[in-house]
Design a protein around this ligand. Structure first.
Ligand code: NAD
Length: 389
């Protein structure tokens, strides 16, 4: 196989953009597209000069592709992905992997059972500052993490929510800001700081006319006893990502694309007992952090990496299994916020499935929808000033 033949399922905003990337990359060939909206499937199929389907099962069984990119609304990611794996195809799923942890489990199991390459579109992992932050955390320079923080608002106007029938509904999306805009930040947070074992969250609908949350805040507890804080919303005018990891030996601060590393002269745990001066604090030195300047970043890098994993066994930047961690975190916060109680991680699969079925029953059809399938222009231009979703 010289090139991976790829079919894109769901050619709305994101799927259309991925189709263009697949067509232009060296290791991939776009062979077909699928969308439940016949006019959309036909228009995109004809534009790219490839076969088109309205039923994703027909695309998967067509023999036209070796792999699929799943860019449908999240509810259907597990169903489509499992069907693709069972029929011998590799899968690159859009984020979030699934609306529920049990859905994400099914995808991971099916990939393993069928021995297929499985990746998730967490393209922010390719950004220079994130690559460097991962390297720093892996090196152990920070010592044992004692406290974490992520503040990650990402504004959306009402027009965004009114652009799709599925958006910001329990039935169509399974949550609000946590399940749609926040996953990229959460993926980075989990990748660097690890998954907490317990969360206590508050969620609410503050600004928008939607049935799901547009603001969430949580207190986190980790396995080693460390504490953490999390905030996201689509209500704040000035978005961005502010992440902190405070370790025993140092502290890492990621603000937008700026990464700062502070190292302590002595581990805090040692200094605390050895210092005889009642007002002493450990000496702190800010280290220069050089970011890789010549690396490509963005969605195309993940698609290219996915193709090379299929062709040459290249290590995945964002393996599908990693996508489960953010779904655990998201489900835990949604459940905790709605029920007003602490939630343990791993999330109880049966409880969450029951909870989400109850929420779906409360879902109301949207009255006025001005359907638009447009990718966020910030996502296609560059990763700069773009926090995802
Ligand atoms: N990685 C990122 O940066 C990023 C950015 C935006 C969206 N996304 C994700 O991409 C996914 C799609 O979001 P979008 O903004 O492109 O939405 P969209 O509404 O613009 O497009 C979704 C498309 O899927 C089609 N569809 C629905 N059910 C289908 C099915 N069963 N089979 C085939 N097609 C089907 C719809 O008709 C629509 O054309 C979501 O999961 C979202 O979270 C990721």
């Amino acid at each position: 196989m010289d090139k991976v033949r790829i079919g894109v399922i769901g050619v709305g905003g994101m799927g259309y953009s991925h189709s263009k990337a697949v067509k232009s990359l060296a290791d991939t060939e776009l062979t077909c597209v699928s969308d439940t909206e016949k006019a959309v499937a036909k228009e995109k199929g004809e534009e790219f000069g490839v076969g088109y389907f309205t039923d994703y099962r027909e695309l998967i069984k067509s023999g036209l592709c070796d792999a699929v990119i799943v860019a449908t609304p999240h509810w259907i990611h597990p169903e489509v992905s499992v069907f693709a794996f069972e029929n011998g195809l590799h899968v690159l799923s859009e984020k979030p992997l699934a609306v529920t942890v049990s859905g994400a489990d099914e995808m991971i199991d099916a990939a393993k059972r069928n021995k297929k390459v499985f990746a998730v579109m967490y393209q922010r992992r390719t950004e220079p500052a994130i690559r460097k932050a991962i390297e720093i955390v892996k090196s152990g320079i920070l010592g044992e993490i004692q406290r974490t923080l992520l503040v990650n608002p990402d504004f959306r106007p009402q027009a965004y929510y009114d652009s799709g029938i599925w958006r910001a509904t329990w039935l169509g999306e399974g949550g609000g800001v946590l399940i749609n805009q926040a996953p990229h930040g959460i993926d980075i947070f989990m990748r660097l700081g690890g998954l907490p074992v317990r969360v206590e969250a508050k969620t609410r609908t503050k600004l928008h006319k939607i049935e799901v949350e547009d603001e969430a805040s949580a207190f986190l507890e980790y396995g080693n006893g460390a504490w953490g804080y999390y905030y996201t919303s689509t209500c704040e005018g000035c978005g961005g990502l502010h992440l902190e990891l405070a370790g025993d030996k140092g502290k890492l601060v990621l603000k937008g694309e700026e990464l700062k590393l502070y190292r302590f002269s002595q581990p805090v745990s040692e200094f605390s007992v050895s210092s005889e001066d009642m007002w002493a604090v450990p000496e702190v030195k800010e280290e220069d952090v050089e970011l890789p300047s010549d690396v490509a970043a963005g969605h195309s890098v993940i698609i290219e990496n996915f193709a090379r994993a299929i062709l040459h066994g290249e290590l995945l930047v964002a393996p599908g299994e990693d996508g489960l961690r953010s779904v655990e975190f998201i489900n835990a916060l949604i459940l905790s916020g709605r029920k007003g109680k602490c939630v343990e991680i791993p999330v109880d699969r049966t409880e969450y499935d029951g909870f989400i079925e109850e929420m779906k029953k409360t879902s109301k059809p949207k009255e006025v929808v001005n359907v638009k399938r447009i990718t966020d222009p910030r996502a296609s231009k560059s990763y700069r000033n773009y926090s995802g979703g």
